[in-house]
Design a binder for this molecule. Structure first.
Ligand code: ZN
Length: 346
């Protein structure tokens, strides 16, 4: 690939190949009708989609191809009021993105643009398109129009229908090295060295997550509580385990929101269990939760009590039990029941 001379003016940490690819298609006026931005949450997909959309509508001729940030179109895009940029995502209390949502989205994209500029549709979290919604979207992709660009962001590309994948330009976001995230936290976000060290580890390759840990105190406290709850969940006393589950799920009824919450908690617990295993294997350098060394020690302690060994075998079985609980929740078992079943199996 020939060397790009365009200066990176998007706040994208890592994943420079994505920026270079998109900047090149902009300057060559070689823009596809549909893109899939694939990669884990908080890795920069939405930032890239926002800047790409801005660059497509930017009216400045000073910096061809890249959003200037100052013209009226850029300003509207920044405020989220640009009439040619549409964004949809799953509503929090819904299981997926519905057909109706997609139909409205397609209608908006079908209206002609006043300025004869691009119309851009962004579907955030397209992994949660319902089957009907995906089919409706596919029809639009098949009849793709000039100057209409659709961007789908997904964590897991495998869940999208192959017919959508094959019609789209796929850009894969890779986990970012913790040193790069460390530098970004210090240079651009005013983190102290110890904050940068802890949060770059904790973010496991996802730069936006590291920033969230640094700047969003509520998120940070909530995360700590979820780590703490795993210590209680590992208690040798079954009653204590049940209490831990009750405490984190609260009085919530079984709905999509409680399923999402339980899913997030299990993700954190699985990563903690993996860290315990890495420590066991003498790979402390790779441990994600280094900032929680006291908590990890407490977990190990709990696991040690009944059998007299934390050991690889019991950690593997723990990871398996958590994986099953998550699968059960995916199959619509009540989160409380799924977690209680896991607690009994420990
Ligand atoms: Zn502009």
């Amino acid at each position: 690939m020939e060397k790009m001379k365009v200066k990176l003016n998007w706040p994208l940490v890592g994943n420079r190949h994505i920026f270079e690819f998109l900047a090149k298609s902009l300057s060559n006026k070689n823009v596809s009708g549909s893109y899939i931005f694939a990669g884990p949450a908080n890795i920069g997909k939405n930032t890239a989609a926002h800047y790409f959309a801005r660059s497509l509508v930017c009216e400045s001729s000073n910096q061809p191809a890249l959003s200037c940030g100052a013209c009226q179109a850029c300003q509207e895009a920044i405020k989220g009021t640009h009439s040619d940029i549409y964004l949809i995502k799953k509503e929090t209390d819904k299981k997926n993105i519905s057909v109706d949502q997609i139909r409205g989205f397609i209608r908006s994209l079908g209206l002609s643009s006043f300025l004869n500029s691009y119309k851009i549709g962004i579907i955030r979290g397209a992994d949660s398109l319902s089957e009907g919604a995906a089919n409706a979207l596919l029809k639009t992709l098949e009849e793709s129009k000039v100057k209409v660009v659709i961007i789908l962001t997904v964590a897991d590309i495998e869940v999208l229908p192959k017919t959508i994948i094959s019609r789209s330009q796929i850009l894969r976001f890779q986990p970012v090295e913790s040193d790069t995230i460390y530098d970004d936290l210090i240079k651009n976000h005013g983190a102290s060295r110890s904050q940068a060290k802890n949060f770059s580890r904790l973010a496991a390759g996802r730069p936006a997550l590291a920033v969230k840990f640094l700047e969003d105190n509520e998120y940070c406290e909530d995360y700590k509580a979820k780590v703490q709850s795993f210590i209680d969940f590992l208690s040798p006393d079954l009653n204590q385990r049940f209490k831990a589950i009750e405490k984190i799920l609260g009085e919530r009824v079984h709905n999509q929101e409680s399923a999402n919450l339980a899913g997030k908690i299990i993700d954190i617990w699985q990563n903690l269990a993996r860290d315990l295993m890495l420590e066991d294997l003498g790979l402390a350098d790779l441990v994600q939760h280094q900032a929680f060394d006291k908590e990890l020690a407490a977990m190990k302690n709990k696991l040690n009590q009944p059998a007299g060994q934390a050991g690889l075998k019991s950690l593997l079985s723990l990871i398996n039990i958590l994986k099953q609980a998550k699968e059960h929740i995916g199959f619509n078992v009540s989160p409380k029941l799924a977690l209680e079943k896991a607690a009994v199996s420990l």
